[in-house]
Design a protein around this ligand. Sequence first.
Ligand code: 5RP
Length: 326
Amino acid sequence: MAFPRRLALRISRGLQFPDAIARSNEHVPGSRQVRLVAGRAVPRNSCPVKHDFRYNPFKWRDDSRSNHACSSVQKWAWPRLRSNEDFVKAQIAMPTHTKEEDRADMKLRAARRALELVEPGMTLGLGSGTTATLWIKLLGEQVRDHGLQIRAIATSEDSEHLGRSYGIPFVNFEECPSLDLTIDGADEIAPRLALIKGGGGKLLREKIVASASKRFVVIADESKQVEKLGRFPLPVEVIQMAAPLVSGSLRELGFTPTIRVNPDGTRYITDEGNLILDCSGLSIENPAEIAAKLDSTVGIVEHGLFLGMATLALIASDQRVIERSV
Ligand code: 5RP
């Protein structure tokens, strides 16, 4: 049986097989499933152990010691596959998809590349989200440890808080109406650098900051690239009282809007006190047309279509960071 490409790659790079197994995080549709029990791969249903690696990919535990699926036992159990049969069973369930850990590496590489665009004296826009957070930390280290002189405006309270923890000085648009460079993440990146943003709910400030920037650069891992926008639900920020009316208008456009909620079930409220409607179900053939309709809908404060704003995207894959420009 042929090895999945990614696994074969890891082995050829000299990483140990258990490491490759432990990094798997998704079930391959249609494949047989295996569990790793006490470090050994066994077929699903053949053992009464409650753990299934699909549910907790990065917290490998020794199933012989922990006894419920929500256990916080942090023991990492490197699987010891005893036979070739175990190996085959395990690799049947190996995904060839990008893994979360790989994605985190890619995000970091994109963030590192973006740091190269920063020059002393610049005023910078700091984005939001996991990728932007990595970049802010790298930037913060330069400020804190190497005395890099920059000033910044953040796209969210979280990003500002993080930046301040490194000693990054912040300004506002009265003090500094134009930014030299903004670095931010994206949820989808389509041809001509048309973007969906707002997965983290910060789209309003993100758009304000991007629009005030001479250069708006997107950083992302390769999973964010799409041919057409719309697989990621489009976030639309709305005035609370207008949400039912705006939802109706969005449905007429073909979207299925859902009010965003927090993990505890309460409504997600943006930094500006508004609601977010996550709009799914529509493949966006003509982003400019949809953006124009959203722009003219009363009650919508802002939407996550960022068109004609980014001039460069730094997209990290397994091997390298590619530059895409318009
Ligand atoms: C937040 C955003 C983020 O930039 C976007 O969601 C990407 O996030 P991540 O880097 O975590 O994938 O738009 O509103």
